[in-house]
Design a protein around this ligand. Structure first.
Ligand SMILES: NC(=O)C1=CN([C@@H]2O[C@H](COP(=O)(O)OP(=O)(O)OC[C@H]3O[C@@H](n4cnc5c(N)ncnc54)[C@H](OP(=O)(O)O)[C@@H]3O)[C@@H](O)[C@H]2O)C=CC1
Ligand SMILES: CC(C)=CCC[C@@H](C)[C@H]1CC[C@H]2C3=C(CC[C@]12C)[C@@]1(C)CCC(=O)C[C@@H]1CC3
Length: 319
C-alpha cells in the first residue's frame, strides 16, 4: 500500500536530505513537502525528481509559525489524503544566534570540552520576538505550530487498525535547564532554541502516553551538527571548513530515547539511542498547558475572523 509521508521544512538542509533518503529507501511512497515558501518548495521538488524521476512528490503551503496557516494546511491535507503514515516535524529556526566567544575559549581548556562541542551548552544565545499570534516565534515555529498540526491531523494519524508515526527533528542542544514550566514559550530567557527542543522531547513523550492506544507513535531524532542554512546563520561557511575537523571527532541521532546521528573520530557515521532527561510529572503539566494554549489561540483566531467579517459587513453597508 502507498505510504503518505509529510515533511515540514522540506525545502532545504536536513528536511531535503531526509526526503532524498526516503525516496531512495522506498520508491512507492508519496511524499508531501510542507513548506512556507512555494518557490523554494518547487526547487526542492525539482531537485528530488532529478534523482528520483518517477517519485510522487506533492507540495503544500505551510508556515508552521502561523496558526492560521497551520489550520489551512491541515484542511488541505485532509482533503487530499485519507491517512498520513509518517509526519516528520522538522521545520525549525534559530534566529539571531550569538556565540559566546569567552565561554568557548574557557570551555576549550576545561573538562567539559567534548560536551561543549556536542551540545553547545553555555555557548549559544538567540534573540526571539513575538509572531502575529502573539506567541514567541521560536516556540511557535519549532514546537507549537507542529503541535497544532498534529491536533488537526488526528483524523488522518489515528485510524483504527493502522499505525502512524511522528518524527521530531530535535537537537543535542535540547536542555532541561533552558526550559521552565512557568515560561513554556521562553519569553524571558536567552535560549529559546534549546528550550523549544527540550519542549519537543517532552511533547513526543506526552503524545506517546496519550496517543499510542490510538495507533500514533512519536520519536525524536538528533541529527548531530549538520552544515545547513541554520548553521551558516551562526558562523560563515569558511569558518566551518576550518573548525569542522576538530568538531567531527566529538560530534553527536523506545519513547524515552533520542536517536543521535554520530560520527567517530575516523569519520564513520553511526546512530546511537540515548535516554532523554525527562520528568513524567512536568511532561504532563506541559501537555495540559499546550492544550490550554491551543484553546486560547483558536479563540483569538475566531475573534480575528469575526472582527474582519464585521468590518467587511460595515464597509458593504456604508458603500
Ligand atoms: N543543522 C544542525 O546542525 C541541526 C539542526 N537541527 C534541526 O533540524 C531542523 C532542520 O534544520 P536545518 O536543516 O539545519 O536548517 P535549514 O534552515 O536548512 O532548514 C530549516 C527548514 O525549516 C523551514 N522553516 C523555517 N521556519 C518555517 C516556518 N515558519 N514554516 C515552515 N517551514 C519553516 C525552512 O524553510 P525556509 O527555507 O523557508 O527558511 C527550512 O526548510 C530544525 O528543526 C533544526 O532545529 C537539529 C540539530 C542540529
Ligand atoms: C571558534 C569558535 C567560535 C567556535 C565555536 C563553535 C560553535 C559555533 C559550535 C560548537 C558546537 C556547535 C553546535 C551547534 C552550533 C554551533 C556550535 C555551538 C548547534 C547548537 C547547532 C544546532 C543544533 O541543533 C545543535 C548543535 C550543537 C553543537
Amino acid at each position: 500500500m502507498e505510504k503518505i509521508v509529510v515533511v515540514t521544512g522540506a525545502n532545504s538542509g536536513i528536511g531535503l536530505a531526509l526526503c532524498d533518503r526516503l525516496l531512495s529507501e522506498d520508491g512507492r511512497l508519496r511524499l508531501c513537502l510542507a513548506c512556507r515558501n512555494m518557490k523554494r518548495a518547487e526547487a526542492a521538488r525539482a531537485t528530488l525528481l532529478v534523482s528520483h524521476g518517477s517519485a510522487r512528490v506533492d507540495l503544500l503551503h505551510l508556515d508552521v509559525g502561523s496558526a492560521q496557516s497551520v489550520l489551512s494546511a491541515a484542511e488541505e491535507l485532509k482533503a487530499r489524503y485519507h491517512r498520513v503514515d509518517f509526519l516528520y516535524l522538522n521545520a525549525g529556526i534559530m534566529p539571531n544566534p550569538t556565540v559566546d566567544i569567552r565561554a568557548f575559549f574557557k570551555g576549550l581548556f576545561s573538562r567539559n570540552v567534548i560536551n561543549m562541542f556536542a551540545t553547545a551548552e553555555g555557548l549559544l544565545t538567540q534573540q526571539d520576538q513575538l509572531n502575529s499570534d502573539s506567541l514567541q516565534e521560536v516556540f511557535a515555529t519549532n514546537l507549537f505550530g507542529h503541535f497544532l498540526l498534529i491536533r488537526e491531523l488526528e483524523p488522518l494519524l489515528c485510524q483504527p487498525g493502522h499505525t502512524s508515526r511522528l518524527v521530531w527533528t530535535s537537537s543535542s542542544n535540547a536542555r532541561r535547564s533552558a526550559f521552565s514550566i512557568q515560561d513554556i514559550q521562553h519569553r524571558r530567557g536567552k535560549e529559546p532554541y534549546s528550550s523549544s527542543k527540550y519542549a519537543s522531547d517532552m511533547l513526543s513523550m506526552a503524545l506517546n502516553k496519550h496517543k499510542n492506544q490510538q495507533g500514533l507513535f512519536s520519536s525524536v531524532i538528533c541529527p548531530g551538527l549538520v552544515m545547513t542554512n541554520l548553521t551558516y546563520g551562526i558562523l560563515p561557511s569558511f569558518f566551518w571548513t576550518l573548525i569542522m575537523p576538530v568538531i567531527r571527532g566529538t560530534e553527536s541521532l523506545d519513547p524515552r530515547a533520542k536517536y543521535h546521528s554520530l560520527t567517530s573520530g575516523l569519520g564513520t557515521n553511526y546512530t546511537e539511542p540515548r535516554r532523554m532527561d525527562l520528568d513524567d510529572e512536568m511532561t504532563e503539566v506541559f501537555f495540559s498547558k499546550l492544550l490550554e494554549l491551543e484553546k486560547e489561540v483558536r479563540r483569538n483566531l475566531s475573534k480575528k475572523t469575526a472582527d474582519s467579517e464585521h468590518y467587511q459587513q460595515y464597509l458593504n453597508e456604508i458603500q
